[in-house]
Design a protein around this ligand. Structure first.
Ligand SMILES: C[S@@+](CC[C@H](N)C(=O)[O-])C[C@H]1O[C@@H](n2cnc3c(N)ncnc32)[C@H](O)[C@@H]1O
Length: 200
């Protein structure tokens, strides 16, 4: 059985109650180094660093009789590994436990309504900015190649005006939330971040 567990943005206090039992019963817990570090109670021998997806698929197929927990940051089905797992494995062999998405967390820190929000990602992909900017409110997970500065340039190129909120290292002690517009977004190294774009 593969149990995909959403671990929220990072702070263990933001994990859903009930998640722990899956971790306790797991034969193996797979995740990134950062995700595994959030579970100091899991013996090292049970931890496995997330390999490339082809290797992961082989490993999971070979270990279906075991309880394998696969950690997912935020919510597993919002640009997370849950989508990949549900595509590659039969539904009756998979359980997906939700988590608080980093986007959802940022909306709440800003006390902005999520109603009618368009959710997307630039993590390893190129979003369609013309389509994206037709929406009044956008929540976006990013990566280091297409982050806040590059997003602002796409908005500027189209002569549009937007509020741009950036949440870095959300729920960690060095969390940083900044408000910009397409002119003021800094060209700097951002930490792991999500962006909310609203119509100015
Ligand atoms: C593969 S996506 C996973 C998104 C995740 N499923 C979610 O619901 O938040 C990874 C991206 O999520 C965002 N992210 C995840 N945790 C974050 C955090 N604590 N602070 C800021 N961004 C975060 C970053 O944009 C990161 O590049």
């Amino acid at each position: 059985m593969i149990i995909v567990v959403g671990i929220g943005p990072g702070d263990s206090a933001l994990r859903l109650a009930g998640t722990e039992k899956y971790i306790e019963r797991a034969d193996t817990v797979i995740g990134s180094t950062r995700q595994l570090a959030a579970f100091p109670q899991v013996p090292q021998a049970k931890k496995k660093v997330l390999p490339h997806l082809t290797e992961l698929q082989d490993y999971l197929q070979a270990n279906m009789t075991k309880q394998i927990v696969l950690l997912a940051s935020g919510d597993p089905l919002l640009y997370g590994i849950g989508t990949w797992v549900s595509k590659h494995f039969p539904a009756d062999q998979v359980k997906i436990i939700p988590g608080i998405s980093s986007i959802q967390y940022l909306f709440h820190q800003l006390q902005l309504s999520m109603n009618d929000c368009y959710l997307t990602s630039s993590h390893g992909r190129q979003p369609d900015f013309d389509f994206l900017l037709r929406h009044e409110k956008v929540g976006m997970v990013t990566d280091r190649y297409l982050g806040p500065y590059e997003i602002a340039q796409e908005i500027r190129k189209r002569g549009q005006h937007r509020h741009i909120y950036v949440g870095e290292h959300l729920s960690y002690p060095d969390e940083r939330i900044s408000k910009y517009d397409e002119q003021t977004v800094e060209n700097r190294d951002y930490g792991m971040n999500v962006v909310i774009i609203t119509n100015a």
